[in-house]
Structure formats: C-alpha cells, structure tokens
Design a protein around this ligand. Structure first.
Ligand SMILES: Cc1cc2nc3c(=O)[nH]c(=O)nc-3n(C[C@H](O)[C@H](O)[C@H](O)COP(=O)(O)O)c2cc1C
Length: 187
C-alpha cells in the first residue's frame, strides 16, 4: 500500500425517496466506523458528487433506491459521473428495492435492476448487491399505493393498505459493509 492510498478513504453515497436507502447507508457507515473507517453517508440529491470527489476515494459506495422500475435519477447521474472517470476506484453498488425481498433476487445476476445497471454502464469489477427495502403503504399517495398494491398482488406480496414491513436484511448489510472494508484495506 502506498503512502498516498493510505490517506484515501471510502466515499459513501445514497439516493433515497422514502428514507430506507439512507438508513442502509447510515448502517454501513456505523459498521465501517467500528472498523476505524470514517465514511459519513452523503445524499447525492442534496450534494451531487463530482468525478473529482470520487476519483480520490479508495472505494466509492452507492446505495440507491428503485422507483417505478429504475434507480432514482440522481443515482443515474452519479453513475454516469463515475463512469466518466479514466481510472476509477472500485465501485460497491447496492440497489434497494422490493423485488429483493425474495432471496434469489438479491444478487448482481438475480436482481434485474442491478443486472441492467451494470450492463448499462458496462461495470465489470464492481461489488454489486440488492437489498430489500421497505413497504409502507400509509406513507404513499393514493395512486402510488394502488400501483404498488397491484404489483404486490402480481408478485404475491402483501396488499393490505395498512401494511408496513421493513424487508431489509441487516445481516446482509453487515456483510456488504465488511466486504467494502476489505476492499478499502486492499487498496
Ligand atoms: C412509488 C414507488 C415505486 C416503486 N417501484 C418499485 C419497483 O419498480 N421495483 C421494486 O422492486 N420496488 C419498487 N418500489 C419499492 C422501493 O424500492 C422500496 O420501497 C425502497 O425501500 C425505497 O427506497 P427508499 O426508501 O430509499 O426510497 C417502489 C416504491 C414506491 C413507493
């Protein structure tokens, strides 16, 4: 490890609409802190990351929510900026969606949102996973609630409009954080 790389740290970003991706990023940040790695979570909607911000990191982490079949637009802008780097640090990408409530849909190959994102940006060596998010019908507007209930009906999920379930597997988030820390140490 060079003297320069020792000074680099992990840059941890999230893109959220309803807060679960932020909670996941905060959890990762706490786990990293326990390993002595300071990586405060940053909201890419509030402070868009520039390629220069990313270039100096040991590892770039993005936790991004899915809405209506796509990651949030600010996550897409972030990935496009990352893609523009000529010599990028490794990317650890975590997609947050409800499809991932099924265990087979938590991997880079099993989760269509992750798979399509990696293909779209031609990322090959990324650490990429999907975490199940949160279903909370009461906080959605009427139309969103009806659409999500219909999707849940089709995918055998809960349709009771009072349902509030956090599907996120926190042990899986811990494992991701540990892998990110390993990636950082190997730099
Ligand atoms: C309006 C809306 C659309 C959504 N669309 C999808 C979707 O297309 N696929 C999916 O797997 N999950 C979908 N979800 C579930 C979200 O990905 C899940 O609630 C996640 O926790 C959101 O992350 P956030 O709280 O960080 O915004 C949707 C949720 C809402 C409210």
């Amino acid at each position: 490890m060079s003297k320069t790389s020792r000074r680099q740290s992990i840059s941890l970003y999230y893109a959220t609409h309803d807060g679960q991706s932020r909670r996941i990023a905060e959890h990762i940040s706490r786990r990293l802190a326990e390993s002595g790695i300071i990586a405060p979570p940053q909201d890419v909607a509030a402070t868009p990351a520039t390629p220069a911000d990313m270039a100096t990191a040991s590892v770039v982490v993005l936790v991004a929510a899915v809405r209506y079949g796509r990651h949030l637009p600010e996550a897409d802008r972030f990935l496009a900026a990352y893609r523009s780097l000529s010599s990028p640090p490794p990317l650890a990408f975590a997609s947050v969606n409800l499809t991932a409530r099924k265990p087979a849909k938590t991997t880079a190959t099993g989760n269509a949102y992750v798979r399509k994102t990696l293909a779209r940006y031609r990322f090959t060596s990324a650490l990429a996973v999907a975490f199940a998010g949160r279903l909370d019908y009461r906080r959605y507007g009427w139309l969103d609630r009806q659409i999500i209930r219909f999707i849940m009906l089709l995918t055998r999920g809960p349709t009771d409009p009072d349902t509030c379930i956090e599907y996120t597997s926190w042990p899986a988030v811990d494992e991701f954080a540990a892998r990110v820390a390993d990636l950082h140490r190997s730099r």
